[in-house]
Write a protein that binds this ligand. Structure first.
Ligand SMILES: Nc1ncnc2c1ncn2[C@@H]1O[C@H](COP(=O)(O)OP(=O)(O)OP(=O)(O)O)[C@@H](O)[C@H]1O
Ligand SMILES: [Mg+2]
Length: 339
């Protein structure tokens, strides 16, 4: 059994005008030490997915259905106490903004010692030694001096190194990183990503990496999920999806990369924008933006407009698309020809 197994997860926000379904039928798993990327445009539900893994969805949000099995235990049914243990020891989270994690009025050392002592019975001296060791692991210059500094005294890149050190503090099994480098300069982004990858590999820590950057996903992760309007619409091995995307939305994301554009021409942006979750189009939520609703012969594939597509298997990937389903159906050799 996988370390993390998410099945048919539904998350809703109870708003005055009615429930908004932020995640629908999200299923995926993560093996120990595996790295999974989650991509999709703004509003796709990536952060909601990350927060719900730690059962951290704040009201009016709630988990409306499905299951999250972590190491064989059901997270959605866990007591607050057991959940705190999981959050502290087993899964940690890195946010885009380091100040979501760092307390501005405590020194780096104080925060790390406090965090360690909340979860382990150890002395101040022992906790400080562990904190220093973690700061060394994230290759921060003059680690001992950093312990007595305050967050505002560090550069953005150094702060994010401290955040990684804190995420590693209790030797977790999984780190969930939500856009961990978007707030940083491009060169620093690459350094921080390389560091995160190196540390996860070295300590066999699983990583769930949420990012807009398909380049980073292809360098860092082994498997990926593509999300659109609260659903996973394609998932599988990262290499396969990047090299041969099946879903028209994934194809659009890859075609929109600057390196795919002809020099001097405009970028190939996907037309339109993601629908709002409380006003989803009928059928496939992507259909108003999809160039494949019309078949090559000019006929319209009604299913795209009328029916929410289920998953089909293509190679090692799972894809929710009527066009792909139709193509696979056509490719299937009729039984009489096999005989
Ligand atoms: N607190 C909330 N109250 C109501 N709806 C919410 C709330 N948080 C999220 N949502 C809904 O969930 C959707 C997905 O939000 P989410 O933050 O997961 O997007 P995202 O994919 O992480 O986007 P981004 O790339 O901009 O971070 C939002 O568009 C919104 O409709
Ligand atoms: Mg987000």
């Amino acid at each position: 059994m996988a370390l993390l197994d998410v099945n048919h997860l539904d998350v809703r926000f109870a708003l005055r005008r009615g429930d908004v379904q932020a995640l629908r039928d999200v299923s995926f798993s993560l093996e120990r030490g595996e790295r999974l990327g989650i991509v999709g445009e703004s509003g796709a539900g990536k952060s909601v997915a990350a927060f719900s893994l730690l059962n951290l969805i704040a009201k009016p949000g709630y988990i409306a259905g499905g299951s999250i099995q972590f190491d064989g235990r059901e997270l959605t049914q866990m007591s607050d106490r057991a959940l705190r243990h999981v959050r502290g020891h087993r899964m940690s989270m890195i946010f885009q903004d380091p100040m979501m994690t760092l307390n501005p009025v405590l020194s780096i050392g104080e925060q790390m010692v406090e965090c360690l002592k909340a979860h382990r019975r150890i002395s101040n001296r022992e906790a400080r030694a562990i904190a220093l060791n973690k700061l060394e692991q994230v290759q921060i210059p003059s680690p001992a001096a950093r312990l007595d500094q305050y967050p505002h005294e560090l550069s953005g890149g150094m702060r994010q190194r401290v955040i990684i050190a804190i995420a590693l503090l209790l030797d977790p099994d999984i780190i969930i990183a939500d856009e961990p480098t978007t707030a940083l300069d491009v060169t620093i982004q690459a350094e921080i990503m390389a560091l995160l990858l190196e540390l996860c590999e070295k300590h066999n820590v699983g990583l769930i990496l949420i990012t807009h950057d398909l380049g980073v996903v292809s360098q860092v992760t082994q498997r990926m999920l593509v999300m659109y309007a609260g659903r996973v619409i394609e998932q599988g091995p990262t290499r396969e999806i990047i090299n041969d995307p099946q879903h028209p939305y994934t194809q659009g994301l890859i075609n929109a990369l600057p390196q795919m554009a002809t020099p001097g021409s405009r970028l190939n942006q996907i037309p339109g924008s993601m629908p709002s979750l409380d006003n989803l189009p009928s059928g496939c939520a992507f259909h108003p933006r999809c160039g494949f609703v019309q078949r090559a012969d000019g006929s319209t594939r009604r299913a795209c407009i009328d029916e929410v597509p289920g998953f089909v298997t293509s190679g090692n990937c799972r894809v929710a698309c009527h066009m792909v389903a139709e193509m696979l159906e056509r490719e299937r050799i009729p039984a009489e020809e096999i005989r």
